[in-house]
Unconditional design. Structure first.
Length: 267
């Protein structure tokens, strides 16, 4: 599934390539009616001003759905994922996207071979485009799956998860950045968030930057903190802010998210 953030007419936007999963949190007062999951997600996107024009509506498979049990005292979560057979977005689907409308495309690493072909297309577009019209590419590798790792070499901004870092045996974000930096392209930026320890990044100059986390007064719900962090960092970098500023902004917004249930009232 792909969605694009809304913006003023003529303004280039940010496109996300990935998959949307419906999380049912155990503390909700209402439960989505049976088979209402797709319309629930579509309505939620609309309410938040996310343009879903490029969403690929699949004719087979079900919406992935997760039941999440949030620990009321710590905000940590246990997720029971009903992983379904919903097909991923393909390179053919991606052909229909007019790349000139976008200043940034974010890829959530999932179906590596198809995404490599999508990335090839964006790179071809960038080679032919004037410098101010190029699309910046970010890639998030969250799951420690071998076939996803080459995608780390395809983004100008690459996010790796604590999970992935720990899978490689790293015990902190700086350690992971030092160990995995060789996998990204030259001139790229590697970013690793580490829950309550905040986040670290290394930019093209090789300097390590860090932001502490911004813990809320009460930890309510950490579900989606990582995605919130990524979105806030991309937003800040796309506005031309420095890596340090973007990292601090990401941690500040993600911290705020941890203090509320869901995402309403995050900013
Ligand atoms: P996820 O597990 O959802 O991928 P991460 O653990 O990567 O999330 O955290 C992303 C960001 O969210 C962190 O860099 C931090 O800024 C914020 N964050 C996550 N957990 C906490 C927490 N317990 N307290 C404060 N901030 C947090």
């Amino acid at each position: 599934m792909a969605a694009r953030a809304g913006g003023a007419a003529g303004e280039r936007r940010i496109l996300c390539v990935g998959l949307v999963c419906l999380d049912i949190i155990s503390v909700v007062e209402t439960f989505p009616a049976e088979d209402s999951d797709t319309s629930f997600i579509a309505a939620d996107f609309q309410r938040r001003g996310v343009d879903t024009a490029h969403v690929v509506w699949q004719t087979r498979g079900d919406v992935p759905c997760a039941c999440c049990i949030v620990n009321a005292s710590s905000g940590s979560r246990t997720i029971v994922l009903h992983d379904t057979n919903l097909p991923d977005v393909t390179a053919r689907d991606f052909e229909r996207v007019d790349l000139s409308q976008y200043k940034w495309i974010h890829f959530e690493a999932r179906n590596a071979a198809e995404q490599e072909a999508m990335l090839d297309r964006v790179e071809r577009h960038n080679r032919a485009a004037a410098p101010g019209q190029r699309v910046r590419i970010s890639v998030e590798v969250e799951k420690p799956r071998e076939e996803l790792l080459p995608l780390m070499g395809r983004g100008q901004v690459v996010f790796i998860s604590k999970d992935l870092a720990q899978h490689f045996g790293y015990r902190s974000a700086p350690e992971a950045l030092r160990g995995l930096r060789g996998r990204i392209q030259s001139g790229a930026t590697l970013i690793c968030a580490w829950a309550e320890e905040g986040a670290d990044a290394v930019g093209p100059d090789g300097k390590l930057v860090h932001s502490d986390a911004f813990p809320p007064e009460t930890l309510v719900d950490t579900l989606g903190a990582g995605d919130t962090f990524n979105a806030a960092v991309i937003f800040a970098l796309a506005e031309g802010r420095t890596l340090q500023d973007a990292l601090t902004f990401g941690c500040r917004i993600a911290g705020r998210k941890c203090g509320i249930q869901g995402f309403d009232g995050i900013i």
